[in-house]
Design a protein around this ligand. Structure first.
Ligand SMILES: C[S@@+](CC[C@H](N)C(=O)[O-])C[C@H]1O[C@@H](n2cnc3c(N)ncnc32)[C@H](O)[C@@H]1O
Length: 352
């Protein structure tokens, strides 16, 4: 018989180890990582790291803590993602505030950030870094020939510490040395959500300006909170907008422009995991029959701005269509397609 969370706890006092045990047991049916989930949720309420929990003593949890832990377990049992339960998600080695109004930042998006950092550094931006993953790059003029994969030459800047995702840290690729540290540009992130892309870029690239655009007012509130938490209010401007429509850059000077976007790219008919489908904002996920409505609209708008580079996160099945669209709009640009760590084509790059 299925027991409600309130029923699984005795009226007696519980200590840390006991409540952790109960949490793990309850989550076993619903989560693929019940032990990890239990440790994160209990640790979140008790404000203890996972290590502190594991070596934790037999101290009693208070009634309030018990109630809060049970509440989170109850929500997790209904498949609510851990990141929404803790209001926290790590991305590019940084901790972001998230809530149900924004997409939970995904590890694949690291690759996009990494490529923009690499591009800006090679163009002469100041900032030092190592890349979090040794991504493979297919680099060719449009059209890209199928099946060709090249490993991009990465040159030899001395790697230095940056807050990158530790999962990937054993695969760091050195960056080429910035030429003269004079590179200036405005990076416009379209569909900024939590702000994870411009914030990660701003934490790694000095002297550049950033703008985050989103259609959702509530997502912009989350981005604002994150920007303030990272002390980047002066570097990242937020605007509400429908892609780049009517964007007035007259006050921004004559800087070069780079466009980044991880816009919705899921087909309307796609069957998503329940935790995604039921909890993440559909405005952040779906984009028409083939998942390309947003990029089809964005690219002609972007073309008018003559950016020096465009970086789009995509579904691998969208490469060919995007190449066709780009051939018409950006005949002079070079196309690169960057694979993620699972070998899937994940970032579509246009370079002037
Ligand atoms: C896939 S999420 C990406 C969020 C964030 N950039 C990330 O990588 O985690 C897409 C974002 O695009 C926003 N969005 C959807 N349609 C939009 C539109 N027409 N104009 C601007 N933003 C839009 C959504 O609100 C959502 O925040």
């Amino acid at each position: 018989m299925f027991l409600l969370c309130s029923e699984i706890i005795t009226p007696f006092k519980l200590n840390l180890k006991e409540i952790l045990k109960i949490a793990k047991k309850k989550l076993q049916g619903v989560s693929q990582t019940p032990f990890l989930d239990a440790e994160i949720l209990v640790g979140h309420i008790l404000k203890l790291s996972r290590t502190e929990l594991v070596v934790g003593d037999d101290s009693e949890v208070t009634e309030k803590q018990k109630k809060d832990i049970l509440n989170l377990i109850g929500r997790r049992l209904k498949n609510e993602p851990i990141a929404y339960l803790t209001n926290q998600k790590s991305f590019y080695g940084l901790d972001f505030y998230v809530n149900e109004n924004v997409l939970i930042p995904r590890p694949e998006t690291d690759i996009l950030v990494e490529e923009v950092v690499r591009f800006c550094m090679e163009a002469g931006a100041s900032g030092v870094g190592v890349l979090p993953s040794g991504s493979l790059v297919t680099s060719k003029k449009v059209p890209l020939e199928k099946g060709e994969v090249f490993c991009k030459d990465t040159g030899g800047l001395k790697p230095q510490a940056l807050p990158f995702n530790s999962l990937n840290s054993n695969q760091k690729t050195p960056l080429r040395k910035a030429q003269d540290n004079t590179f200036k540009c405005l990076i416009i992130d379209v569909g900024t959500g939590s702000g994870c892309i411009p914030i990660s870029l701003a934490m790694n690239l000095k002297n550049l300006n950033f703008m985050g655009i989103d259609l959702s007012e509530k997502a912009l509130e989350v981005a604002k909170k994150n920007i303030e938490a990272f002390g980047l209010k002066d570097k990242i401007e937020l605007r509400k907008g429908d892609l780049l429509e009517g964007l007035d850059l007259s006050l921004q000077g004559n800087e070069e422009i780079i466009i980044t976007a991880n816009l919705p790219y899921v087909e309307d008919s796609a069957e998503l995991e329940i935790g995604v489908k039921d909890y993440e904002p559909h405005l952040a996920l779906f984009s028409g029959e083939d998942g390309l409505n947003h990029y089809r609209k964005l690219l002609p708008q972007a073309e008018k701005m003559k950016p020096i580079a465009i970086f789009l996160e995509i579904d691998p099945r969208q490469v060919e269509i995007l190449q066709e669209i780009s051939q018409g709009l950006f005949p002079e640009y070079e196309v690169e397609v960057v694979k993620d760590l699972t070998g899937k084509e994940r970032v579509f790059v246009l370079l002037k």
